[in-house]
Design a protein around this ligand. Structure first.
Ligand code: GUN
Length: 282
């Protein structure tokens, strides 16, 4: 039997809990989002993040900057947000334009306000197994969803397809922390299909619609689809869901799987940073 991993329901549970707690606060947690340029996908993501934040009683401010903004100007905005005691969390929406040094920009964020966990301070602490201030939202959301369904990862062979800093790399670490045996595949990996066939858990984050077909899946595998691919206005994951799902024990849909979990984790991270900064133990 196949169980659909319902990211919407799990995210709702988490966000309702945050809402209950923020209702009691006189000063709201504040998330600042820097959005550079007019990337349509980024504009949608940022709008959705803000909508959710407001729904939950968090405050969200968006700082829109033009495509041709200078790196110094972005850094100046970050320094101001770092110093502003009213701001609890800072997110720089990616991707950034080519002329901007992403590393320099992300590293400028105060680690205590680094809601994505992308600074080397927080990422390094994640690698070392110390407590970072925040863990990247998408991988954290994947683990939470698997936990919600009480899926035991210990001793399981997990394949992560994609090695990005946003998803693949941190997810591999989190799966290892759960005692899974992890393989990270990427665009240069030979025979991904054979590795996938031999895996108990497959997480695809490569951004190619219908890349994972039923030929990649062994009976009873767990499949997590992180792909968000828009084709002629319709959303597709990386997985050929219709033909693959019947073979799996658990599978995430797109939409309604990892997407809502990512936003829920951003809200959770914002609230956690707020609590840390205010020394609150709610
Ligand atoms: N662009 C796509 N995913 C993300 C994310 O998780 N964080 C940021 N900052 N930008 C993104």
């Amino acid at each position: 039997m196949t169980i659909i991993l319902d990211g919407r329901a799990c995210a709702l549970k988490i966000t309702e809990n945050i809402k209950r707690q923020t209702e009691k606060l006189s000063k709201k947690p504040v998330l600042a989002v820097i959005l550079v340029g007019n990337n349509p996908a980024s504009e949608v993501y940022v709008r959705n993040k803000q909508k959710k934040a407001v729904e939950l009683g968090l405050e969200s401010i968006i700082i829109p900057l033009p495509e041709d903004v200078t790196e110094d100007s972005i850094l100046e905005h970050i320094y101001i947000l770092n110093e502003d005691r009213n701001i609890n969390a800072i997110l720089v929406q990616l991707p950034l334009p080519e002329h901007i040094n992403k590393q320099k920009v992300l590293e400028a964020i105060d680690p205590v306000k680094d809601v994505d966990g992308f600074t080397s301070y927080n990422f390094g602490r994640l690698i070392l197994g110390y407590n970072p201030y925040a863990i990247p939202c998408t991988p954290k959301g994947i683990i939470k969803l698997l936990e919600e369904y009480r899926i035991n990862l210990e001793g399981k062979k997990a394949l992560v397809i994609g090695r990005s800093n946003i998803v693949g790399k941190p997810l591999a670490l989190l799966l290892q922390n759960k005692n899974a045996t992890v393989t990270v595949a990427h665009s240069k990996t030979d025979n991904i299909k054979d590795i996938a066939k031999n895996s108990d858990i497959i997480v695809s984050a490569i951004g190619k619609p219908n890349f994972i077909t039923k030929d990649y899946i062994s009976e009873g595998a767990i499949v997590v689809d992180v792909g968000i691919n828009r084709v002629n206005g319709t959303l597709f994951g990386d997985v050929d869901f219709i033909n693959t799902a019947p073979l799996t024990s658990y599978i995430t849909p797109v939409p309604g799987g990892i997407g809502p979990m990512t936003i829920a984790m951003l809200m959770e991270n914002t609230f956690e940073l707020y609590k840390y900064q205010r020394n609150l133990f709610l």
